[in-house]
Design a protein around this ligand. Structure first.
Ligand SMILES: [Mg+2]
Length: 220
């Protein structure tokens, strides 16, 4: 095995839980809404949707009857400080740290604005363990486009057929990685049928080591 590439949001980073903490933080800090539960729900929902952040905060403001100026202040605060609320899934950081000691190259390949994704990676304490970080914001190309995966492999001098991709999205992570010939590991909560592009799947990082142990690569 030459390399393991990870997605960030909802794969290493527990985004929903991090958004929930941030929402409560903002509710307390700004005394944002007379109905806190409503604010929290709107905040988490709109920030989970892929859309420009100004649009997310405009919708939150409308739903919770916040002023435009408060919405803009929260938007700026969120961009600058969301990383402080970020937390990883249990054992995820351990898994990355342990892998980095084995000589296997490690990368994060993530869609999003470059500064925003890098702030989150840094806040999780992952910077020193990674051989490559590729963001769509920096590269100008988003997953599932093959170029972003190939760019990360290239940065590590790794070949797709000896590399593994771990992510939560079938369309953005599993299918393109599978088409490139990588082994795919799906982070999922669902107990549904295993999609064709998925080679292995797990719900908790305690399973990750044994999955890697099962992967056998054909010799070139
Ligand atoms: Mg993801």
């Amino acid at each position: 095995m030459q390399a393991v590439l990870f997605d960030l949001d909802d794969t290493l980073l527990d985004k929903s839980s991090s958004l929930m903490d941030c929402a409560w933080g903002f509710q307390c800090k700004y005394n944002a809404c007379a109905e806190p539960e409503k604010f929290i729900k709107a905040f988490v929902r709109e920030n989970e949707v892929i859309q420009p952040k100004w649009a997310a905060f405009r919708k939150i403001a409308k739903e919770c009857a916040l002023s435009d100026s408060l919405a803009e202040i929260m938007h700026v605060d969120f961009d600058q400080n969301f990383a402080q609320y970020c937390k990883a899934f249990p054992r995820a950081l351990d898994t990355v740290r342990r892998l980095s000691n084995t000589g296997i190259k490690l990368a994060i390949v993530t869609n999003g604005r470059d500064f925003f994704q890098r702030n989150k990676i840094e806040a999780l304490g992952l910077y020193g363990y990674l051989d490559a970080i590729v963001t769509s914001g920096e590269l100008g190309v988003k997953k599932p486009t093959p170029e972003i995966f190939l760019h990360a492999l290239d940065m590590m001098g790794a070949q797709a057929k000896y590399s593994v991709f771990c992510g939560d999205s079938i369309v953005a992570d599993m299918q393109p990685a599978n088409l490139l010939g990588m082994t795919t590991i799906w982070k999922t909560q669902r107990q549904s049928v295993q999609p064709a592009a998925v080679n292995y799947r797990f719900t908790h990082y305690s399973e990750f080591g044994s999955i890697l142990g099962q992967i056998k690569f054909d010799r070139a």
